[in-house]
Design a protein around this ligand. Structure first.
Ligand code: SF4
Length: 214
């Protein structure tokens, strides 16, 4: 018998709510444990994701998998992962606001059905969409936010980490440790700053912002 999430995925597979339907190979809905406590939200499918039908399967995805394993001890069967837009923007351009808005109901259904305790937003588009802000990821990361009955932890997109080197890598590791602490904490408890876990990250560079819920 199909899960509710599979039913929604089947509906989304034929979605034509925005212009990205015209150029996609297939809808990349999401993968992972449909009842996971941890849900990652990325930006949109790239070429490999569009070809294979799964989110985060290129170099960025490999780095994300590596960091999640090293800092949180989890593999893909231990979380759910989806994107803000489910169809690949042509030439890997940024998703447009109208496309994000058109696709938002699919993401909201995923969030409602998976009902994670911790949501990690990966990069600017996911973080801005879920926190409903125009602020950038560099300012928004470094703390946790209440998100309904869940906790939202923003972090960099692994593609930016691949370009950016040691500092964003260390910061992303620290964000993932923060997410791990949020998973272990009672619901909606404030999550204090996290020291990077074992691995080659070293200490996180100092961040100026507060790291508790407002
Ligand atoms: S990006 Fe989202 S809203 Fe647009 S066609 Fe694809 S599934 Fe539908």
């Amino acid at each position: 018998m199909s899960t509710d999430l599979e039913v929604v995925a089947a509906e989304a597979a034929t979605c034509v709510r925005c212009g990205l339907a015209e150029t996609r190979t297939q809808v990349v809905f999401g993968v992972g444990d449909p009842h996971a406590d941890l849900l990652f939200v990325g930006e949109g499918p790239g070429a490999e994701e569009d070809r294979l039908g799964q989110p985060f399967v290129g170099r960025s995805g490999q780095l994300l998998d590596q960091l999640v394993l090293e800092e949180m001890g989890l593999t893909r069967d231990g979380f759910y992962i989806a994107n803000v837009v489910k169809c690949r923007p042509p030439d890997n351009r940024d998703p447009r606001p109208d496309e994000i808005e058109a696709c938002r109901p699919w993401l909201e259904q995923q969030l409602a059905l998976v009902a994670p305790r911790v949501v990690v937003t990966v990069g600017n588009f996911a973080t801005r969409t879920l926190l409903q802000t125009k602020e950038g990821i560099t300012k928004l990361r470094g703390r946790s936010y209440p998100y309904g009955s869940a906790v939202l932890v923003p972090t960099f997109h692994p593609a930016a980490v691949l370009r950016g080197g040691a500092q964003p890598m260390a910061q992303m590791r620290a964000d993932l440790v923060r997410a791990k602490q949020a998973l272990q904490a009672p619901a909606l408890s404030p999550v204090t700053d996290a020291a990077p876990g074992p691995g080659p990250s070293g200490p996180e560079p100092p961040a100026p912002d507060v790291r508790l819920f407002d």
